[in-house]
Unconditional design. Structure first.
Length: 764
């Protein structure tokens, strides 16, 4: 197996990487390409990734992947990991998860499979890995893309090599590694909303065999949302991030990588928008409009004559970025971690150990009614810690005809959520509130343990034909502690400690045919799963703390990776069909919030990506994904009192039929020796359904996003300045939303409006 430093170095030298639906390609900068005597001056450069737990040319990798390197992320204006979705097919990666109020709470869906809930007891459907370490929580999942070497998006179930909760796919983030020569870079960005970002890194050799890298970022920006009642802003940035890495090579065969990171954010809540005020089903009291007075239960801190307040349409503002909310406005995060990766080259076999600890403390809140009244308000304080240990053993056998990797994985996590929900249903004065309406104090603890064994190998049957077989056995164990009480009367909602365990076996088989050196055809069948759990949002009593089982996805995929015209043109295609069983349908509609294995479905689609480099100055990329996701069964797996708001005609959440992207880049060498580079990017999404019930007010119609960048590099390549713009058409689009029939309210969060920026950096 290749050692980390060698191929990674060649990968990073390519700079701009764009990997296709079934593979990946790169555009090298013309200045760099000209300096490589052994390569043609105009050619799409080779790309190496780790989609199969080993470094290999992605054009030889029978996996559907999109990858972007550090320079490509910069040229496209990718400031946080969620923005990669604009440049890859069949993926939605949104921050500001519904019901949370947190800017950094991620919801990731690939090919219609993911998780829309941020809660500490809900597992993501797409795994996020940083330098091989699994990030278990969606809280804090919208990471800043600073000092990143590359990001890979693996589409489809990765149940063999990655395993835990990668039923939809995996996002692999690789940070820059220490260099053995002193050097670094410092840069700053200013722009819209009084933006001021400062980022930098430095490589420090500490001896012949030891080198260190220190990197840091300070990110500040005013919010793009505003509370009209108080004047507070929403959606601001106020974060500091640091990372320290140490590379030690005690011998020619052993490499040790140590890493520690810390992120601190002290921000305001994500912008929320009140979309509609309507009637409460079950109560013949009419809508919350006009002269109707809403009865507010005692103890919610609202005083008025006769205990009444009016809730009327005047709170529906015209702008998606303004609100009349007055509740807690906090979005704090402390995210930290450390890891040790040891690689030992034993000749034909390589041993690798990845040991990691991670933790977070997050406090976030939302004013769910977006009015001056305390009608629907949530507050969360979450603390989480995790430990993981992975051992890998891999190599090449039988005269290099068999390439294989096997390993064992252990993961342990403990998370707690302490908070409250202030809730009041609209009732006529004098009508007693039902048992599920009062405010609640919430304490939830989840302890999760995972054990896994995995193996995968590819055997060359002939010089052109090879077969891949892999499997993973996984066991998940979870223990819950719930102590949920009513604030109003001190009554107990639930005091229970359920526990469960679930086993899974996820195999994969595939065939690969290398028709020519530039054409790879492949077909595979693979299975993925997402762990089971318990409903931990009871609103009435402990009977609502029901168990749900793992969901599974069996995907059939076929693809082609092709290069033409001496690698000036690359066209990659992948088609898939997925059988989705025991879907964990998440329903967040008061009076019952629950997860149930209440549906089955099918997802089929086609992904195409094209790269072209006709000259040394011009490059072009296009990516497109078509997805047809539908339910084939609904209504099964429901407990008493659970009502499913979907039918066979309901659309999948976060699964747009079309995801398209394209970019054009032009570089021009100046007579002074400097270089100007201009780039324009376009992203298109068809209709996106932001809630499981497909509420029309929460449905985002098709929309387009445009970005542009003009950059100048000095003749010595040490200085770079760039002027850029994001969302140039000032599109108004929803990224999350919630409709509650129990409260007659609908709310949503919107993406950032048009912004401009100016950056300046200097290498040393």
């Amino acid at each position: 197996m290749p050692r980390n430093g060698n191929i990674s170095g060649r990968l990073r030298a390519g700079g701009l990487l764009i990997c296709a639906a079934a593979g990946a390609q790169a555009f090298a900068s013309p200045a760099l390409a000209a300096g490589q005597a052994q390569a043609p001056a105009v050619q799409i450069e080779e790309v190496v990734v780790t989609a199969r737990r080993r470094e290999e040319r992605l054009q030889d990798t029978p996996v559907a992947v999109t990858a972007l390197a550090g320079e490509a992320l910069e040229s496209r204006g990718v400031e946080s990991v969620d923005q990669i979705a604009k440049f890859a097919p069949s993926i939605r990666f949104d921050g500001a998860a519904a019901l949370s109020g947190g800017n950094y709470n991620a919801t990731v869906f690939i090919r219609g499979v993911g998780q829309n809930d941020f809660a500490i007891f809900s597992d993501p459907g797409v795994g996020v890995y940083v330098d091989g370490v699994y990030y278990a929580r969606s809280i804090g999942g919208t990471l800043d893309a600073f000092d990143v070497s590359r990001i890979e998006v693996l589409r489809g179930p990765q149940g063999t090599l990655f395993g835990k909760n990668t039923i939809g796919g995996a996002v692999l983030i690789t940070t820059e590694q220490p260099k053995n020569a002193f050097g670094g870079e410092i840069g700053g960005v200013t722009g819209s909303y009084d933006r001021l970002d400062v980022k930098g890194h430095v490589d420090i050799p500490l001896g012949q065999k030891v080198s260190a890298r220190l990197s840091a970022a300070r990110l500040t920006r005013d919010g793009y949302g505003e509370r009209l009642t108080t004047g507070d802003d929403l959606g601001d940035r106020d974060a500091t991030a640091m990372r320290a890495q140490l590379l030690w090579e005690p011998s020619d065969t052993v490499t040790v990588n140590l890493s520690a990171d810390y992120t601190r954010a002290r921000e305001h809540s994500a912008p929320q928008k009140l979309l509609a005020i309507g009637a409460v089903p079950g109560f013949a009291i009419g809508p919350f409009m006009g002269n109707f007075n809403t009865y507010v239960a005692p103890g919610l801190g609202i005083t008025a004559p006769n205990g009444a307040k009016s809730l009327n349409p005047s709170f529906l503002t015209d702008s998606p970025f303004t609100t009349y909310g007055t509740g807690p406005n906090v979005n704090d995060l402390d995210l930290w971690g450390g890891s040790a990766t040891v690689s030992w080259d034993l000749g034909e076999v390589t041993f690798k150990s990845i040991t990691a600890v991670r933790g977070l403390t997050a406090t976030f809140a939302r004013d769910g009614d977006n009015t001056p009244f305390t009608f629907r308000e949530t507050f969360n304080h979450d603390v989480q810690a995790q430990y993981s240990q992975e051992f890998q053993l891999g190599g090449e056998s039988f005269g290099d005809r068999l390439t294989w990797v096997t390993g064992a994985y252990v993961f342990r996590e403990r998370g707690t959520d302490s908070g409250y929900a202030k809730l009041a249903l609209g009732l006529a004065p004098g009508v007693s509130p039902p048992p599920y309406s009062p405010s609640a104090a919430v304490y939830t603890k989840v302890t999760s343990t995972t054990y896994a064994l995995f193996a995968q190998g590819s055997l060359a049957l002939t010089d052109q034909l090879s077969a891949t077989v892999g499997a993973r056995y996984n066991r998940d164990e979870k223990d819950y502690v719930l102590d949920h009480r009513r604030i109003r009367d001190g009554g107990v909602i639930a005091q229970v400690s359920p526990s469960g365990s679930w086993n899974s076996f996820t195999p994969k088989v595939g065939l690969e045919f290398k028709a020519t050196p530039d054409v790879l055809l492949y077909a595979s069948v693979g299975k993925g799963f997402k762990s089971g759990g318990f409903n931990a949002r009871p609103l009435n009593d402990a009977s609502e703390v029901t168990e749900y089982q793992p969901e599974t996805l069996l995907t059939y995929e076929a693809g082609a990776k092709t290069a033409w015209l001496n690698r000036r043109l690359i066209l990659n295609v992948a088609g898939y069909f997925s059988d989705y069983q025991d879907i964990q349908v998440t329903v967040n509609q008061t009076p019952r919030n629950f997860v149930a294995n209440a549906a089955a479905g099918e997802v089929k689609g086609l992904e195409v990506e094209l790269q072209a480099r006709p000259t040394a100055s011009w490059s072009f990329n296009f990516g497109g994904g078509y997805m047809d996701a539908k339910y084939t069964e609904v209504g099964s797996g429901l407990a008493a009192g659970q009502v499913l708001p979907i039918t066979l005609a309901t659309h999948f959440i976060k699964a747009p039929k079309w995801t398209l992207n394209s970019g054009i880049e032009y570089g021009h060498d100046l007579s002074s020796g400097g270089r100007l580079t201009a780039r324009v990017d376009w992203t298109h999404y068809s209709t996106v359904y932001n809630d499981v019930a497909n509420d029309p007010d929460l449905t985002q119609p098709a929309y387009d996003l445009f970005g542009a960048r003009l950059a100048y590099a000095s003749p010595d390549q040490l200085w770079q300045a760039a002027l850029f713009g994001l969302n140039l058409s000032d599109e108004r689009y929803m990224v999350s939303g919630n409709a509650s029939s129990g409260f007659g309210l609908k709310e949503a969060s919107f993406g950032r409006p048009r912004e401009w920026g100016l950056s300046l950096s200097r290498k040393f």
